[in-house]
Design a protein around this ligand. Structure first.
Ligand code: 5GP
Length: 114
């Protein structure tokens, strides 16, 4: 048994509003959305944090970005803009230790983030 919440979503043990899936990647709406569009894009293979990404993972991590962009474009945010973020470890606010991109769009996003 894994305590990785996102592995449970991949395995359909926990429900999620899935917006994209392929053999390697899953994307689903965040349960606590911070913008009108807030989607999490994850690899199906568990990598706990960005610190754990290795050279062999480069293509997979690039794929996460491409999927995030495709979702943003399909949702109509290509011109207005959108943000893609990955938090790494506690000080950055990471709470689920299975790497994920946050895709945020649909409101003005301030900088710097809190
Ligand atoms: P982090 O804080 O690790 O960067 O992001 C974790 C995200 O996962 C948070 O935005 C949180 O709202 C989201 N989250 C936590 N539990 C669940 C869940 O059970 N389902 C979904 N869809 N999102 C979740």
């Amino acid at each position: 048994m894994s305590d990785d919440l996102f592995l449970k979503i991949i395995a359909r043990e926990i429900p999620a509003d899935i917006v994209y899936e392929d053999d390697e990647v899953l994307a689903f709406r965040d349960i606590n959305p911070q913008a009108p569009l807030h989607v999490l894009v994850i690899p199906k293979r568990r990598i706990p944090t960005l610190n754990d990404v290795e050279e062999k993972d480069e293509r997979l991590v690039g794929r996460l970005l491409n999927v995030a962009r495709e979702i943003a474009v399909d949702a109509g945010y290509a011109d207005d803009g959108y943000r893609v973020v990955m938090n790494c470890n506690e000080a950055a606010g990471q709470t689920v230790f299975h790497i994920h991109l946050h895709l945020l769009a649909g409101r003005a996003l301030t900088w710097p983030p809190g």
